[in-house]
Each structure stands twice: as structure tokens, then as C-alpha cells.
Design a binder for this molecule. Sequence first.
Ligand code: SF4
Ligand code: SF4
Length: 83
Amino acid sequence: ALLITTKCINCDMCDPECPNEAITMGDEFYEINPDRCTECKGHYDKPTCQSVCPITNCIITDPEHIESDDELLEKFVTLQGLA
Ligand code: SF4
Ligand code: SF4
């Protein structure tokens, strides 16, 4: 999963673009629900939130949720209700 850091300026560019509805406004900054973030596997070649975010290195790989491509694809399938 990816992680939104405190560099976030709450511009709301990423939230509507997430194919998994993983992004919501948190107490201070936008947040990613790691249970819903597939790093866009199954949807796009690259994480779309990183593509649209105007701030460099604002959205990073979550060091507490490192997942393999297989694990991310499995999460994608589960979220689609196919598993
Ligand atoms: Fe959503 Fe993709 Fe960003 Fe994860 S990487 S939060 S699935 S847009
Ligand atoms: Fe924050 Fe970047 Fe999302 Fe804007 S696009 S709300 S700066 S994480």
C-alpha cells in the first residue's frame, strides 16, 4: 500500500481518482486505507494518486505495508468481489 505523508496540502486531486476508494480526508491530511490500496494493480500501470499529486514525494510506499505484486493482485481480486 501507499502512504500519504505530511507534505499533503489537502488539494483533493487524488481522492476522486482512486479506483479503490482507498483515499479519504483524515484529521489533518488525506489518508490511504491500506486494506483498500492495491497500488493501482489491476487498474493502472502506475499508482494514479502519485501521478495526479502536485507535491513531489508526497505519496510514498508505506513502510509498514510492503506487499508483493501477487499480494496486491490478490487484494484487487478480493476487492472486486471475485474471490
Ligand atoms: Fe488508490 Fe491507487 Fe493510490 Fe492506492 S495507489 S491509494 S489504489 S490511487
Ligand atoms: Fe494530498 Fe497529494 Fe492527495 Fe493533494 S493529491 S490531497 S497533496 S496526497
